[in-house]
Design a binder for this molecule. Structure first.
Ligand SMILES: [Zn+2]
Length: 215
């Protein structure tokens, strides 16, 4: 039994794990999935690690029985509209900290201090790839980008942002946790509305990256 009176599994679920107070200690290759093919230059930025995602399996959106979390499935369906897939895109969570579960068994929300403390880790991970398009999932990530970059960003709108000296196209969307709520319909509308623009961008990104490596 620990000092809070919890035992066994209940105790495990209340354990917090923080990197925000010591970002230099974070192993940069962790919580970071590289992309490939058409998705190599696309980085999807999630909020924070879920208890049943890569905290458990080491792979984003994958559960212990090798299934995909609904959040990942919904996101994959949106990406398919661009002839992309979740599998092809790079992925990371902005916040690396895990805050345990609340009394209803749900993962606890993200603290602002965790966002702020983990931002340098995210920037370093960003620097390790040749990304051109960042897709931001959910309000916490959008707010963090606005705070840290001072750029006016809007959900459902594609914007150019300069971040640690490099330029990125950034698309904030709703979190893909839900399938039938208004947020899912809005995301679908965004991908339909920006489809041509995004497909053109993907071709441009792929051309400029192959031009850079062929010489
Ligand atoms: Zn933290």
């Amino acid at each position: 039994m620990d000092s809070n009176g919890y035992t066994g599994e209940a105790r495990m679920e209340t354990l917090e794990q923080h990197y925000c107070n010591n970002p230099a200690a974070f192993p940069l290759g962790e919580m970071f999935k590289r992309g490939k093919g058409r998705g190599a230059r696309v980085l999807i930025v999630g909020q924070s690690p879920a208890s049943n995602g890569w905290r458990e399996t080491g792979v984003a959106f994958h559960t212990r029985d090798e299934g995909t979390l609904p959040t990942g499935e919904n996101l994959d369906e949106l990406l398919r509209l661009l002839d992309l897939s979740l599998e092809e895109c790079a992925y990371t969570d902005l916040v690396k900290c895990y805050r345990g579960k609340n009394s209803r068994g749900k993962d606890r929300g993200v603290r602002k201090s965790c966002v702020r403390g983990c931002w340098p880790i995210f920037e370093q991970q960003l620097d390790t790839g040749d990304f051109g398009l960042l897709i931001l999932l959910g309000q916490v990530v959008l707010d963090a980008f606005i705070d840290e970059t001072q750029w006016p960003l809007f959900r459902g709108r594609l914007s150019s942002v300069v971040l640690s000296g490099a330029q990125y196209e950034v698309l904030p969307i709703y979190h893909t946790l839900h399938r039938y709520q208004g947020s899912a319909r809005e995301n679908l509308r965004t991908f339909e509305k920006l489809g041509d623009e995004l497909r053109t961008l993907l071709v441009k990104l792929q051309d400029s990256s192959s031009a850079g490596t062929s010489g």
